[in-house]
Design a protein around this ligand. Structure first.
Ligand code: NAP
Length: 366
């Protein structure tokens, strides 16, 4: 099979580098277009990232010599698409929200689908916010979005904030098994890589915990309601429940967001062993379709009393599984557990690639 040529906007940043590294040797996609700020534009990818490469693994040698384009210049991407050299882009831009909204619209209007990591379009109500294992049916919004905006080939999908990945799939598995989840109290301990590079100043985070991450609690409380929502009249109507209270903290961990979670169920309450079984047996569309980036098990249940831990469990199953443990009764709500996911892989580039694989299998990406 000839590989699909893809682009990465923000290819030089923390998430962009993860895209470049994870796409090396991908069976379906080949990085053929890289773009970043005007500061990086016009140089070879290796020149820009030499001394700035953040990951232990490298990237495809073909990418090293690609010229970095200015991500603001949609016409360059449109020309590459016209020559058949670019089929869609992953967006990992860090810019002002209005600028990202305008740019992502610009790429889609130019016929280039955008699979985004940025938060700018998460609350655009005709833009699906996908976790491939949870709400793949929201991709059905794509033709409605295209019709409403007059876009022929382009569209925008986003993935949610990295902090909700550590508990959203476990919560979904319980909902799918027929247990209503009424209320959630979640405390996240979020890695420094979640703030991009260079991120939080070292003197603020070493020997410390920062009990505030701007905008993160609102995202953690509201984004799950869009993901659990339904398509109505060409838009996502957000779900009414669960009610979520989130405390988000930055901790001195490099990669891996941990969440401690308490859940309150409706009248029907699962036992601890039942929860363990539901999570261990949970499989979803990416597993059925055997998508290349899909973990074998979306949820990995740890039985040790002191797991999961970021530096031991974040890389499990291609760093794409959500590890859960310490599943026990909650004296205030019904159930407590700890969830952990790799924020720059499952929560960012890996999740974006999985979404693109899903969209390709559903026929939205040629
Ligand atoms: P980052 O390390 O700061 O990288 C930002 C990227 O955007 C770089 O490639 C940068 O290019 C480019 N950029 C900056 N200003 C630009 C401009 N004016 N025009 C065009 N390109 C510009 O940020 P990040 O952590 O990778 O995050 C990228 C996006 O993913 C953000 O929207 C973030 O919210 C989201 N996200 C991050 C995580 C995470 O764990 N880090 C998780 C989920 C989602 P230069 O190198 O040329 O400056």
């Amino acid at each position: 099979m000839e590989k699909i040529p893809v682009g990465v906007l923000g290819a030089t940043g923390m998430v962009g580098q993860n895209y470049i590294a994870l796409l090396a040797g991908h069976p379906w996609f080949k990085v053929n277009y890289v773009a970043a700020s005007p500061r990086s534009a016009g140089k070879r990818y290796r020149e820009v990232t030499d001394g700035r490469w953040l990951l232990p693994r490298g990237y495809d040698p073909d990418v090293a010599d690609l010229l970095v384009e200015d991500a603001n210049d949609v016409s360059r991407a449109a020309a590459a698409a016209g020559r058949g050299e670019l089929a869609f882009v992953f967006s990992a831009l860090e810019m002002d929200k209005k600028e990202i909204l305008a740019l992502e619209d610009g790429y889609a209007a130019a016929g280039i689908p955008v699979v985004s990591n940025a938060s700018a379009n998460r609350w655009t109500d005709d833009v699906p916010m996908l976790i491939a294992e949870v709400n793949p049916s929201h991709a059905e919004l794509i033709p409605l979005q295209q019709a409403a905006r007059g876009w022929k080939k382009g569209f925008i999908v986003v993935k949610p904030n990295c902090s909700i990945q550590s508990y959203m799939t476990p919560v979904w598995a319980l909902l799918e098994a027929g247990y209503e989840v009424k209320r959630i109290v979640v405390t996240t301990m979020q890695a420094v890589s979640g703030a991009g590079y260079p991120g939080v100043p070292s003197l603020d985070i070493i020997d410390n915990v920062v009990p505030y991450i701007g905008g993160e609690e609102e995202k953690s409380e509201l984004e799950p309601l869009k993901i659990l929502g339904s398509i109505e009249n060409g838009r996502i109507r957000k779900a009414d429940a669960p009610l979520i209270s989130a405390h988000c903290n930055r901790v001195p961990v490099i990669n891996g967001h941990t969440a401690t979670v308490s859940l309150e169920f409706g009248a029907k309450k699962p036992g601890i062993e039942q929860v363990r079984r539901i999570w261990s047996e949970f499989r979803a569309l990416p597993q059925q379709l055997k998508l290349p980036m899909a973990p074998d098990r979306p949820i990995s249940v740890r039985n040790e009393e002191n797991r999961p831990q970021p530096n031991k469990d974040r890389d499990a199953d291609k760093a794409m599984t959500v590890s859960v443990g310490r599943i026990r009764a909650c004296p205030v709500f019904d159930l407590r557990f700890v969830g952990l996911s790799h924020n720059t892989v499952r929560g960012a580039a890996g999740g974006g690639i999985l979404n693109a694989e899903l969209l390709k299998e559903k026929g939205y990406l040629a």
